[in-house]
Design a binder for this molecule. Structure first.
Ligand code: HEC
Length: 113
């Protein structure tokens, strides 16, 4: 892993978050959410439909705000869940994780799993 990314992650871990007892919008938190069945009522996770980033190849065509809207649309329509507010750690973490899954956008091949 690149040193700068590591430093950034450590910083994100260190910043206290008053609204939610999580460690910030880290990739790890994003992954947890991405694989969780608890976001909706249909016993599905993002990973059910997008295993290994399947179907997420076009994310480079959207900006962050648009991607958050799309993620929320998937949560509501595909998962039967409740929309996250645009500035929540959860949505930010999912956004970061989705971008990280797509090697064409931003974090090319860095720490892919
Ligand atoms: C029931 C299946 C299903 C679930 C669950 C689901 N999605 Fe989707 N998602 C889709 C479909 C269908 C599309 C339409 C675009 C496509 O076919 O590529 C899509 C599109 C997207 C896109 C736009 C991708 C692009 O490249 O155009 C993103 C980002 C996305 N989903 C993220 C998520 C996230 C994050 C979750 C979990 C919170 C999630 N999705 C849950 C089915 C699903």
């Amino acid at each position: 892993m690149h040193k700068n990314l590591l430093v950034m992650l450590l910083l994100m871990l260190a910043i206290p978050n008053m609204s939610f007892a999580v460690e910030g919008p880290t990739l790890e938190f994003g992954k947890t959410l991405f694989e969780s069945n608890a976001l909706g009522t249909k016993q599905r996770s993002c990973n059910s439909c997008h295993p290994n980033g399947k179907g997420l190849e076009q994310t480079g065509d959207f900006n962050d705000t648009e991607l958050k809207d799309i993620i929320n649309a998937c949560i509501r329509d595909a998962m039967g869940g409740t929309l996250f507010d645009i500035d929540t750690q959860e949505l930010e973490a999912l956004l970061n994780y989705v971008k990280h899954l797509n090697p064409e956008r931003g974090t090319r091949n860095e720490g892919r799993e």
